[in-house]
Design a protein around this ligand. Structure first.
Ligand SMILES: CC(C)(COP(=O)(O)OP(=O)(O)OC[C@H]1O[C@@H](n2cnc3c(N)ncnc32)[C@H](O)[C@@H]1OP(=O)(O)O)[C@@H](O)C(=O)NCCC(=O)NCCS
Length: 211
C-alpha cells in the first residue's frame, strides 16, 4: 500500500529504512511540521508539506500512515489525526529484528533493526522498539511507549502507556515502569518506577520532576 510517514527527522529515516527493507508498503512522501523541510527530499522521498495535509492524502491514493516521531504524546496526537482523516495506521518491522512467534505486536508499531521481542512478550499500539533494544520474555509493553536504542528489559517487565525508556537503560526482571514514566539514558532500574516519575542513574533514582 502507498503510505506517508509523519516526521522526516532521524527517526523518520529509521522508519523509512525499515519500511523499504520490509517491502510491504511504499513510502510516497513525508509530512513534517517544520516548514523548512517542505519541498526537500529525504533519501529520495519528497517532503510534501505539513501534517495539515493528512485530509488530502486520500486524493493521492495514499491509504496508510506511520507516525515516525519519537515523542510519545506527539506521535499519539498525529496518529489520532491520521485516523480521523481516514488513513490506516500501519506498522514497520525491520526484517533484521527478531520477533518470537509467540510475541504479539499491536497496531502502528515500529520495531527497528536488531531489536528483539522475545517469547510471549507483547507490544501495544503505537509503540516503538528502537534499534537494538531487547524486550525479553513475557514483557508487557503498553501503548504509545518508546523503548530507545539499546535498552534491555529483562523478563516479565511491564511498561505503562506513554512511558519512555532512554538509550541503553536496563530494567531488571518483573518490575513495573508506570504510565508516562521516564527512564533516563544509561539508567539501571532495580525497583518499580511510579507513574509520571523520571528516574536516572545507576542504580536509578527519581529526579524530582515528572515529564
Ligand atoms: C532523563 C532525561 C529525560 C532528563 O532530562 P531533563 O528533564 O532535561 O533533565 P536535566 O538535563 O535538567 O537533568 C536533571 C538532573 O538529572 C541529571 N541527569 C539527567 N539525565 C541523566 C541521565 N541519563 N543519567 C544520569 N543523570 C542524569 C542531570 O545531571 C541533572 O542533575 P543535577 O540536577 O544534579 O544537575 C534526559 O537526561 C535523558 O536521559 N533523556 C534520554 C535521551 C535518550 O535516551 N535519547 C534517545 C532518543 S532515541
Amino acid at each position: 500500500m502507498d503510505i506517508v510517514l509523519i516526521g522526516c527527522g532521524g527517526h523518520g529515516k529509521v522508519v523509512l529504512d525499515a519500511v523499504r527493507q520490509e517491502g510491504r508498503h511504499r513510502v510516497v512522501g513525508f509530512l513534517d511540521a517544520d516548514p523548512a523541510t517542505h519541498g526537500t527530499t529525504v533519501h529520495d522521498v519528497p517532503v510534501l508539506g505539513g501534517p495539515n495535509l493528512l485530509d488530502k492524502m486520500a486524493a493521492r491514493k495514499v491509504r496508510g500512515v506511520i507516525v515516525a516521531i519519537g515523542d510519545n504524546r506527539t506521535r499519539f496526537g498525529y496518529a489520532s489525526e491520521a485516523e480521523a482523516a481516514g488513513l490506516e495506521l500501519v506498522s514497520a518491522v525491520h526484517p533484521r529484528a527478531v520477533i518470537a512467534p509467540s510475541a504479539t505486536l499491536g497496531r502502528n508499531v515500529v520495531v527497528a533493526a536488531g531489536a528483539v521481542v522475545s517469547v510471549d512478550a507483547s507490544v501495544g499500539d503505537g509503540s516503538i522498539i528502537n534499534t537494538g533494544a531487547i524486550v525479553d520474555h513475557e514483557c508487557i509493553v503498553g501503548r504509545h511507549v518508546h523503548i530507545a536504542p539499546g535498552v534491555r528489559l529483562a523478563g516479565r517487565v511491564a511498561v505503562g502507556d506513554f512511558a519512555f525508556v532512554g538509550l541503553g537503560a536496563m530494567v531488571i526482571q518483573c518490575l513495573t515502569i508506570g504510565e508516562r514514566a521516564t527512564v533516563g539514558a544509561g539508567a539501571m532500574v532495580r525497583t518499580d518506577v511510579g507513574p509520571g516519575i523520571t528516574v536516572v542513574g545507576v542504580p536509578a533514582r527519581p529526579i524530582l520532576r515528572s515529564v
